[in-house]
Design a binder for this molecule. Structure first.
Ligand SMILES: N[C@@H](CCC(=O)N[C@@H](CS)C(=O)NCC(=O)O)C(=O)O
Length: 210
């Protein structure tokens, strides 16, 4: 058993971390947890992450790292030769964390609110409206990615980086790939290419239905 543990759930935000760990050549033990279901796996996650969310990473020395963007950037810094982010002397180095933070700070929360609207509003009608609003907001965010990035062929240029995998993961959630393909063709093309990377293919096969 590996000393590093990733608490994740299939189809969840842990997928990008699985890719990053494999890409960096880090051995890890995967612990499946559906944290909305009570049980020992959820109790174990709650003990190390009060939000009981995945991804949650436990390092060999017991250090806990939560928040997908923080995990991605930490792994990139610990494994600089793996090339998870553009090199420090590359101007794209600032763009990768910029758009990773954009996804983490805007898009992922709209997914979370839509997943659990009852945490925010009380009535069924308000929950339905909030869920719809999250989808509309997600479409606006995808539109911003489409307008702001100039894929060639990956989102930041010739080399694949963590941003590509993070965006590809988000594309598997609302508003869904059909909408993204139809409305954000350049970003969608880049994501399609990212999903041909052998590690992404392998990790996606256990996380997302085709
Ligand atoms: N800000 C967190 C969000 C993580 C998150 O919302 N994960 C979802 C699965 S994709 C989760 O664990 N949801 C359960 C919950 O919020 O109770 C991150 O970027 O890692």
């Amino acid at each position: 058993m590996s000393a590093i543990e990733l608490h994740g759930c299939r189809g969840c935000g842990s997928a990008v971390v699985e890719v990053m760990l494999e890409w960096a050549g880090v051995e890890f033990t995967y612990r499946e947890v559906e944290s909305w279901e009570p049980g020992p796996a959820t109790d174990a996650l709650k003990a190390i992450n009060p939000l009981a969310q995945v991804p949650t990473l436990k390092l060999a020395d017991g250090t806990i790292v939560t928040e997908s963007a923080a995990i991605i950037i930490a792994l990139a810094e610990w494994h600089p030769r793996a090339g998870l982010l553009p090199p420090p002397d590359d101007t794209r180095r600032a763009q990768a964390p910029r758009w990773i933070a954009f996804i983490a700070g805007n898009m992922y929360p709209a997914i979370s609110v839509g997943d659990f609207p009852e945490r925010w509003v009380k009535s069924d009608a308000a929950r339905a409206e909030l869920k719809d609003g999250c989808v509309e907001r997600l479409k606006a965010y995808w539109g911003i990615l489409e307008q702001s990035l100039d894929p060639g062929p990956y989102l930041l240029g010739e080399e694949i980086c963590a941003l590509d995998v993070y965006a590809a993961m988000l594309s598997r959630w609302r508003p869904g790939r059909t909408w993204i393909d139809a409305n954000c063709p350049r970003v969608a093309g880049s994501i399609a290419l990212t999903e041909q990377h052998p590690i992404v293919v392998r990790v996606w096969a256990r996380n997302f239905k085709r």
